[in-house]
Write a protein that binds this ligand. Structure first.
Ligand SMILES: [Zn+2]
Length: 425
């Protein structure tokens, strides 16, 4: 007797299986003919995947678009300035309410684990308090991992250093940074070193906004990889954005990527935001502002797609749909072969789970019973359709359902409805 059976779904590896769930765990996978269950979801013909994971987000700023005004230039720097104004006037309650609204969107999209940076450049640390409250409120259905993020510069802002350490003392999970925003390259490198030392001392992971610029000489990722190795942090460090790598000298990159691989440093490009914000100083040809995704993967570096922003000072769109993120990433990185398209799906599921270090993630016996039933036949089709989440199960409970995306047709001689599925021959 199971609490829940998800019947007949196609798993990402194309095997067809029933999934039996007891409590908050997957307790059987295979043919469960005749097995009884309190609840059954019929997933025949539909893709059943482990949940989506977002490795890079800003939950303290989300759903604040237009407050106190709109980003007119569309640049990263105006966005940072705008956020600086907003964080003076926003209340803790408003931040909690918006973040909870976003988590509803995420739950409905099967996005069940989020790593969110939280700004530590505010002496009141109200954003940190707000996000800790949200982490606790959503823990029954979303795993929220918080990063202490000195948005205005760990050294550049006079109290950022002390406030970042305070945030970690309050229970923030991961050490962040923004070396390219410090006053000098030397300060940026020093900030990477000190922040990695703080993480090593406390046994924490590291995830820095790193080289988010078009400046080919912004090379803080080199220091991040060096420090990860020096301090024994292999597999626990990520560099977010890494957009400067797009513009770096090829010979330099041929040395940098093996160093990153050796140091076990992961990369988190954010394709929606990178394509929107970078290259704004260019005329034509205009750079795409996305890091070297396929080249890193060829070196064995873990690369995960991140969302970064939804309806905030930096980005006006977004719906908490990691398939949107994969879709944009696939195009900008030109990941067009079947293997590459399939990998884009993994980059918003299993590869991101690895970056976050999620325990019990996946579809196997003993795993946490969290999964998504998608209105698609396979992972590539899920990306193409940005498929509806027919059912979302979190920790053994069905928490969201969405109807299929079928359209009704009224064309004589043609079928009455259309699903837009197109299975591979
Ligand atoms: Zn960010």
């Amino acid at each position: 007797m199971f609490d829940l059976i998800v019947k007949g779904g196609t798993l990402p590896d194309r095997t067809v299986a029933d999934i039996g769930i007891t409590g908050d765990r997957i307790t059987a996978i295979g043919r469960l003919e005749g097995a009884e269950a309190g609840q059954v979801i019929d997933a025949t013909g539909d893709l059943v995947s482990p949940p989506f994971v977002d490795p890079h987000f800003h939950l303290d700023a989300t759903l604040s678009y237009g407050l106190p005004r709109i980003n007119a230039s569309g640049t990263l720097l105006e966005g940072i300035g705008l956020w600086g104004e907003l964080k003076q006037i926003v209340t803790q309650e408003e931040m909690v309410a918006r973040a909870l609204d976003y988590c509803d969107w995420a739950a409905s999209m099967g996005l069940l684990a989020i790593r969110s940076h939280v700004d530590t450049c505010d002496d009141s640390l109200k954003g940190v308090a707000a996000m800790l409250e949200v982490r606790d409120k959503v823990k029954g259905y979303i795993d929220l991992q918080l990063v202490a993020f000195p948005q205005d510069g760990f050294y550049r802002d006079p109290t950022a250093r002390a406030n970042t350490v305070r945030a970690l003392d309050m229970g923030v999970d991961v050490v962040g940074g923004i070396p390219h925003f410090e006053r000098t390259m030397a300060d940026g490198a020093a900030s990477v070193r000190e922040l990695c030392e703080i993480a090593a001392e406390r046994g924490l992971r590291v995830d820095m906004h790193c080289d988010e610029s078009d400046d080919p000489l912004s090379r803080h990722i080199e220091t991040l990889a060096y420090e990860a190795q020096r301090l024994g942090l292999q597999g626990r460090v990520a560099g977010s954005h890494l957009t400067s790598m797009h513009s770096m000298d090829n010979y330099y990159v041929s040395k940098l990527l093996p160093l990153m691989a050796e140091a076990g440093v992961a990369a988190i490009p954010n394709p929606l935001i990178n394509i929107m914000l970078q290259g704004r100083h260019d005329t034509f040809p205009k750079r795409r502002g996305l890091t070297r995704v396929k080249e890193m993967q060829a070196q064995g570096i873990t690369v995960g797609w991140g969302q970064d922003c939804v309806r905030d000072p930096w980005y006006s769109l977004g719906t908490a749909d990691m398939l949107d993120v994969a879709f944009m990433g696939l195009h900008v990185a030109q990941m067009s072969s079947p293997d590459e398209m399939r990998r884009c799906f993994d980059m918003v599921t299993v590869e991101n789970a690895r970056i976050l270090g999620l325990e019990g993630y996946g579809l196997h016996v003993g795993a946490v019973a969290s999964l998504v039933v998608l209105d698609a036949g396979d992972p590539i089709e899920a990306v193409r359709l940005r498929a509806a989440r027919l059912a979302v199960v979190s920790k053994g409970r069905v928490i969201a359902r969405t109807p299929r995306g079928d359209a009704m047709l009224e064309i004589s001689g043609r079928p009455g409805s259309v699903r837009r599925r197109h299975p591979v021959a």
